[in-house]
Design a protein around this ligand. Sequence first.
Ligand code: GLU
Length: 301
Amino acid sequence: MTPNPSPRGRFAPSPTGALHLGSLVAAVGSWLMARRRGGDWLVRMEDLDPPREVPGAAERQIQTLAAFGMTSDAPVLWQSRRGDAYAAALEPLLAAGLAFECRCSRSDLAATGGIHRHCVAGNRQRPAAIRLRVPDTVLGFDDGLQGPQAQSLATEVGDFVLRRADGPWAYQLAVVVDDAAQGITDVVRGADLLDSTPRQIFLQRQLGLPTPAYAHLPLLVDAQGKKLGKSLASIPVDPAAPKPALLAAWRFLGQTGRPFDDAGPVESALVRALAHFDPQRIPRVLHATIDAPVSGAAGPT
Ligand code: GLU
């Protein structure tokens, strides 16, 4: 009998700006869920798309996490350095005809709402993306927070991109390869990625990789229902004053008490919080707002 792998969670920010409260919720949620089972917690930097990245943001995010008492238990994995691993994963899919070159443009797919079922572009002279062919099946999984999920890969997703025509590796391939390479057993992240999960599970099956457990945290939205990370209300958290933002994230995750109140170091406050952490209290909803502005957050940038 193979022993169960030891629990291991991760946080995978994209270095597109400062850490804000929405990303802090995902960081703290994944940290608490991993640590409560005595597991490791790893940081992976999703630096796959240089034009979207802000120079220095990745290093600042790592420093901010440290100021919040969270450091990766293994060296940070940088996706920009993982091209060989992604190419090695893609190769057998191409050889088996499961992945294929596609020159369809966005407008070619407008008639099907962007969903690719077969190429309509022909062999025109433009760089090709690589897509993964999906079958006409419904893929279901049980989310640890959001309950049973099901998605029709053919009608809701379509053949999806593994490598973009302009070169970068797609998030979907990179996340699947790296969750397996890092031995991640528990993926805890924002509910905006709930509908990416069936295609990630499908890709794991095609590659013969294990499927971790998934739990999708409610997404922090502003009063207008916009994802905080994309709205004016998106304020970076202040690494010089971590406790108010930690308390806000703690409350947002449905937790009670005031474990961050005393004057000691933030690391011991987080460990103290862990003793009171109850995953059953996390709201099982897709979106939630935060009642009060977070004192201690830096001003808007
Ligand atoms: N980089 C994604 C984000 O910042 C997270 C991806 C993941 O956790 O799989 O929302």
